[in-house]
Design a binder for this molecule. Structure first.
Ligand SMILES: C[SH](C)CC(=O)O
Length: 268
C-alpha cells in the first residue's frame, strides 16, 4: 500500500535474529547512523524465526524488513534486495574464517590440516542451505554435497592423516549458513575416520568454547567486522586458520515488491 510510509506498513519494526549475532550489532549501528533509533525497533529472535516471518510475509506480498546476509538460501528462494547503505554502516564484504583452539595442531594434525584446507564458495554453501530449507536433514544435505563434489573435497583432505576414531569437537551457531558449513566439514572429517561431535551454541559461547579449549574448532567466524568484538576479546587464545569462504555480505533486506531502495528511505 504505497499510501502509508514504510514505517507504518511494518509498525516501525526490523525483524532480526539472535541477539549475539554480529549482524544485530551492525544493525543497531545502522539504526543510529541513519537516525532511526527513536522510531524503529529491532526485533530479536532467531534465524529460523526470522526466515519463518519472511516466508509468511512474502507469500502474502506483505511488507517486511529483515536482517539479511549472503550466503543465504533466502536470495535464491525469494526475489529480495539489500537496502542501499550509503553510510557504510554494514562495512564491506567479508570472509568466514576457521578458528581452532590453541594446541589443536599438535594434538590432532590430520584434522587440523583438513580444517585448514577447507575452502568453498558462496554458491556451494547456498546449495547445501537450499537442500536443508527444502526439508533435508543438515547431515544428509551435507552428505549429498560431499558425494557430488569429490574433487573439491579431495583438496581438503590431501595429505592429511586418517582419524582412526580420533575425536574432533566443532561448535557453531544455528545460522543457516553455519549449519551448512559445519555439517559439510563434519561429514568430510567422518569420512576420513574422525569421530565428530557437533555442538550448537550461541555466538558468545561459540568463541568462548574455542578460546577456552572446551571445543576444538569452529568454521563460523565472520571477519574482519561482524565478529570483531569476539575476535578481539579472545585474541591470542585461538588459532585463525584463515577464510573458508569469501564474499559474504550483511544488510537490511526486503522483498523487491517494496518500493524502498535505501536505509535512508526508513527515516520518518
Ligand atoms: C548472521 S551472520 C551468519 C553472523 C553474525 O551476524 O554474527
Amino acid at each position: 500500500t504505497g499510501s502509508k510510509n514504510v514505517g507504518d506498513q511494518v509498525n516501525y519494526e526490523i525483524t532480526g535474529i539472535d541477539p549475539g549475532a554480529g549482524l544485530m550489532k551492525a544493525t543497531e549501528k545502522a539504526m543510529k547512523d541513519y537516525g532511526l533509533k527513536n522510531d524503529w525497533t529491532l526485533k530479536e529472535g532467531s534465524s529460523a524465526a526470522m526466515t519463518a516471518e519472511l516466508k509468511k510475509a512474502y507469500e502474502r506480498k506483505e511488507p517486511i524488513i529483515v536482517t539479511g546476509w549472503t550466503p543465504h538460501w533466502m536470495f535464491s528462494k525469494y526475489d529480495l534486495k539489500y537496502l542501499k547503505d550509503p553510510k557504510g554502516s554494514y562495512g564491506k564484504g567479508e570472509s568466514i574464517h576457521t578458528l581452532t583452539r590453541k594446541g589443536f595442531k599438535q594434538d590432532n594434525p590430520g584434522a587440523n590440516q583438513i580444517l585448514d584446507q577447507f575452502y568453498w564458495k558462496p554458491a556451494d554453501m547456498e546449495n547445501v542451505m537450499v537442500k536443508v530449507q527444502d526439508g533435508a536433514k543438515p547431515a544428509d544435505a551435507a552428505a549429498d554435497w560431499v558425494k557430488s563434489h569429490k574433487k573439491q573435497v579431495a583438496k581438503w583432505t590431501k595429505g592429511a592423516q586418517k582419524g582412526n576414531g580420533k575425536q574432533v569437537s566443532l561448535v557453531y551457531v544455528a545460522w543457516e549458513s553455519e549449519i551448512a558449513s559445519t555439517n559439510v566439514i563434519a561429514k568430510v572429517l567422518e569420512q576420513e575416520g574422525y569421530t565428530v561431535k557437533l555442538q550448537q551454541v550461541e555466538a558468545g559461547p561459540m568463541f568462548a568454547g574455542v578460546a577456552g579449549g572446551s571445543a576444538d574448532a569452529m568454521v563460523a567466524a565472520w571477519l574482519p567486522t561482524t565478529h570483531k568484538d569476539y575476535y578481539d576479546k579472545y585474541k591470542g587464545k585461538f588459532e585463525d586458520l584463515g577464510p573458508n569462504l569469501e564474499g559474504t555480505k550483511l544488510g537490511l533486506t526486503v522483498p523487491k515488491y517494496m518500493n524502498i531502495d535505501s536505509i535512508e528511505d526508513l527515516k520518518k
